[in-house]
Design a protein around this ligand. Structure first.
Ligand code: KG4
Ligand code: ZN
Length: 338
């Protein structure tokens, strides 16, 4: 076996600074740390790119220092994997610059990792991959149904026409002054809410498999207009909003199951991305999977939101396929090129 057996992976596409060391031979995570910036962005109700960038430039070197203090031997590092798209340019660049610096100082190859592909690989952390698999990816920037046949063959089946699922939770939380990120807060307030309000389910009568959340978000805004809100009403709004958002995603996923997945050779369905931590969403998709006899895969809760462990797991498959990139060609992109 090659004596160099570790991948060092870096994630900095949005507001989480994270680095992992993963053993190539058995996918074992030897080190993983993530420093979130939720508190710093919370006052603004969303991510402030310049602030995120500056925090990455402080936190990433701090995490690297911690790896050294753990006694991990940098001589065992075989390659550096880094998220280079999609994401905030000013955030991505921080991770990519660190990756290039490590590439030069350690004389090891570089691997570029698409953040969305990284989320898919969150299902395979410390495990073998399962292909083909259909995926529902719900994050702050994306809402997609994907079919993944191999590392190189990932097809987009459906996308959002406007906002993403996670983003709509963030915006509703902002309207209600609940802080950032909105997803976990809205979910926990929804648990306290009653079924007293009804918001429309987006695109309910369309057969098209697309997502849309801006109408629902506006319905919440209009409902709030001029109203005096108290804690009970906030809980009920969160309940009603989450119910409609999940009903919409589940309805569109059901059309996909009925028209495509049902008769395909794909036996597995995965939910990934930060919003895949939502328990009501998981329950709703699980009942669909049971109905159509598909096996549901979800990442461990700690690996749903952005993290370097998923980038490292994806990096291992890239490493085995010899997918290296020259430093001069490694560039960032706010958009996904897959
Ligand atoms: O994947 P992720 O960490 O970052 C991006 O790639 O965007 O996803 C973050 C998004 C945020 O919009 C956050 O509010 C949402 O995921 N989120 C949730 C939940 N936990 C995080 N949305 C709904 N329910 C949750 N429990
Ligand atoms: Zn993400």
């Amino acid at each position: 076996m090659d004596s160099k057996n570790f991948i060092l992976s870096i994630e900095s596409s949005c507001d989480d600074s994270s680095i992992a060391i993963t053993r190539i031979s058995d996918y074992k995570i030897l080190f993983h740390q993530k420093i979130s910036q939720d508190l710093e962005h919370s006052n603004y109700g969303g991510v402030v790119p310049e602030l995120a960038s500056r925090l990455h430039s402080v936190q990433l070197p701090r995490i690297l220092q911690n790896i050294k203090q753990e006694g991990i031997d940098f001589d065992n590092i075989a390659a550096i994997a880094v998220t280079n798209e999609p994401g905030l340019s000013v955030s991505l660049i921080e991770g990519v610059m660190m990756a290039k610096a490590l590439h030069l100082s350690l004389s090891v190859p570089l691997i570029e990792v698409n953040h969305l592909k990284g989320h898919i690989y969150s299902l395979f952390i410390e495990k073998d991959v399962i292909f083909p698999i259909s995926i529902l990816l719900l994050s702050g920037g994306h809402s997609l149904i994907l079919e993944a046949y191999s590392y190189d063959d990932i097809r987009i089946i459906a996308r959002t026409l406007d906002d993403s699922f996670g983003e709509s939770f963030d915006k509703v939380a902002k309207m209600l002054n609940l802080g950032y990120p909105g997803g976990p807060i809205v979910e926990s307030r929804a648990k306290l809410g009653k079924d007293s309000i009804s918001f429309p389910i987006p695109l309910l009568h369309s057969k098209e498999i697309s997502f849309s959340f801006s109408g629902l978000k506006n319905a919440v805004r209009m409902f709030l207009d001029g109203k005096h809100i108290n804690d009970d009403l906030i809980n009920d709004i969160c309940f009603a909003f989450q119910k409609s958002a999940i009903a919409h995603v589940s309805k569109k996923t059901q059309i996909y199951f009925e028209n495509y997945l049902k008769d395909s050779n794909i036996d597995y369905f995965g939910i990934v991305g930060g919003a895949s931590a939502n328990i009501s969403l998981r329950e709703s998709i699980l009942s669909l999977c049971n109905k159509y006899n598909k096996t549901l895969l979800c990442a461990n809760l700690e690996f749903c939101s952005d993290n370097a462990a998923m980038i490292g797991r994806c990096g291992i498959d890239a490493y085995r396929l010899n997918k290296f990139i020259n430093a001069k060609d490694l560039d960032i992109s706010p958009k996904s090129r897959f």
